[in-house]
Ligand binder design. Structure first.
Ligand code: GLN
Length: 220
């Protein structure tokens, strides 16, 4: 059976667990595989996992906890294994990235996703917002997903265009003409989003897509 772990050091991990549980509950006949989800706080739990979701929260705190508890090296090894499926949301995206353009000394990242990320990129006046996004370019029929941004990062630059594919951009008209990349994938096993699909109340379309397109496609 396939085990999806949710890193539970800090942040919005319960919401991710609930969304995955709801997907499994509602679609288990279609998934055609036995799936389960667990919270991950140590290497014993991590070693049971085939996939890992790194939630939103505070990347500085997440990084500090992982370093102090000695979990950093295990996490680093896990996420760099190309046979594992990884998804980072918001602080999770920051924690996965190779380069940070600000506050870089506060986070020892896992150095996986080949992008440069700017933390808190939407500025203080727009710390939190929900926008209806049309994700139908990559999620079938998903024209109206409520994406929640909370002091969200953006991907400023893709450092390895051969392996990293941009999935979604916001237009940057309020913010010079810089591209605001808020969703990307690397190869067939790493997904990163600036926003929080786990905060979309009962809407599990994003998680369902992650399970089908990454977890099942890669691991089944
Ligand atoms: N601003 C946070 C950070 O830098 C991320 C916010 C979030 O995950 N909602 O880690």
């Amino acid at each position: 059976s396939i085990v999806i772990g949710v890193l539970a050091l800090q942040g919005a991990f319960i919401e991710h667990i609930r969304h995955v549980e709801k997907c499994i509950d509602e679609n288990k006949d279609q998934y055609n595989a036995e799936l389960s989800v667990i919270a991950v706080r140590d290497n014993n739990q991590l070693s049971k996992c085939d996939a890992l979701i790194i939630p939103g929260g505070e990347s500085t705190a997440m990084s500090l906890i992982a370093q102090r508890t000695g979990f950093y090296n295990d996490l680093h090894t896990f996420v760099h294994n190309p046979n594992k499926v990884i998804w980072g949301t918001c602080a999770g995206l920051i924690y996965l990235s190779q380069q940070l353009s600000n506050e870089a000394d506060l986070v020892q990242t896992l150095n996986l996703l080949k992008v440069r990320v700017k933390r808190n990129a939407f500025g203080r006046q727009a710390q939190s917002s929900s926008r209806i996004c049309d994700f139908s370019g990559f999620i079938p029929n998903c024209h109206d997903f409520p994406a929640t941004f909370i002091r969200a990062p953006v991907i400023e630059e893709v450092l390895d265009p051969e392996n990293v594919q941009v999935l979604y951009k916001l237009d940057g008209k309020d913010n010079s003409d810089q591209e605001l990349i808020v969703a990307a994938k690397q190869n067939d096993n790493v997904l990163a989003t600036s926003f929080h699909p786990e905060l979309a109340e009962t809407d599990t379309r994003f998680h369902d897509w992650f399970i089908r397109e990454f977890v099942l496609r890669k691991l089944q």
